[in-house]
Design a protein around this ligand. Structure first.
Ligand SMILES: [Zn+2]
Length: 265
């Protein structure tokens, strides 16, 4: 059984968010077969919500220099082939495949706009004021603006490990961020405020269960999280345990950097 526009609209509308602004993280394949593919999912989103924001990140622009600031959760000089294959940022470049085809399809809508951060741009429809909040120093400001506008994070067939809004709350909790570098036509641009690792974020799920609205569309589990309480929960969680939400991978440079900072006398 494939999923159509009507089921998508019914499912999204049934979350009861009204016309609240949303940021979307999505896996198209999680739905099973969708009639018309990503275009249909995006059409359903735009028919349900007046403001739809999505990450439009472009990791292919990233380069690793030979040297840089200390304690930056990175191995300098390790860029190798990735540096050689890095692409110059261009506002028309596609959203990274890791982010998925649904944000890329949103970006290609005629009425969509995109911010200009060379790694962490966002795209959206009806989201101009959110996009305008982004600066090189504050790459996740659109998500903070979305929270202040009583927005929601929509997880369409994905879990909290791709919930970028949690990075915004981490920063508000005082957790450190990193510096990364992007190749642009103007040269290599230093990008401060780069978030840590999100592999441990699913640990937040039980803490926000009471606030989470859920449904199933096709084969996809769909969750909606109000950003204000999500931020409050993440901030309280990190203040109580400064190691909260870090991942357990032994070789994770960014999580280990945060641990190192916190365990050093
Ligand atoms: Zn990690």
């Amino acid at each position: 059984m494939s999923v159509g526009l009507r089921e998508l609209r019914d499912g999204l509308g049934g979350l009861g968010l009204g016309r609240a602004p949303v940021v979307v993280h999505a896996s198209l394949s999680a739905f099973g077969e969708v009639d018309g593919g990503a275009e249909t999912v995006v059409a359903a989103l735009l028919q349900t919500f007046a403001t739809v924001l999505a990450p439009a990140f472009t990791y292919k622009t990233m380069v690793t220099p030979l040297t840089g600031p200390a304690e930056n959760g990175i191995t300098y000089g390790s860029g190798g082939d990735r540096n050689r294959m890095a692409e110059f940022f261009d506002p028309q470049m596609p959203v990274d495949r890791l982010i998925g085809v649904i944000p890329e399809t949103l970006r290609r809508q005629p009425q969509a706009r995109r911010s200009t951060h060379p790694i962490l741009s966002f795209t959206g429809v009806g989201a101009e004021s959110l996009l305008a909040a982004q600066t090189l120093a504050e790459p996740l400001a659109p998500l903070q603006a979305l929270a202040e506008a009583d927005g929601w994070a929509l997880l369409l067939g994905v879990d909290h490990t791709v919930n970028t809004s949690i990075h915004c709350a981490e920063k508000l909790a005082g957790r450190r961020t990193f510096v990364r570098w992007a190749l642009t036509p103007q040269g290599v641009v230093e990008c401060p405020g780069f978030p840590g690792c999100s592999a441990g974020f699913q640990a937040v799920a039980p803490l926000v269960e009471g606030e989470t609205r859920q449904t199933v569309i096709g084969r996809a589990r769909v969750q909606a999280l109000p950003l204000r309480p999500l931020f409050e929960t993440v901030i309280a969680c990190i203040r109580q345990n400064p190691l909260a939400l870090l991942c357990q991978q032994e070789d994770c440079e960014r999580c280990n950097q945060i641990r190192g900072r916190l365990t050093r006398p």
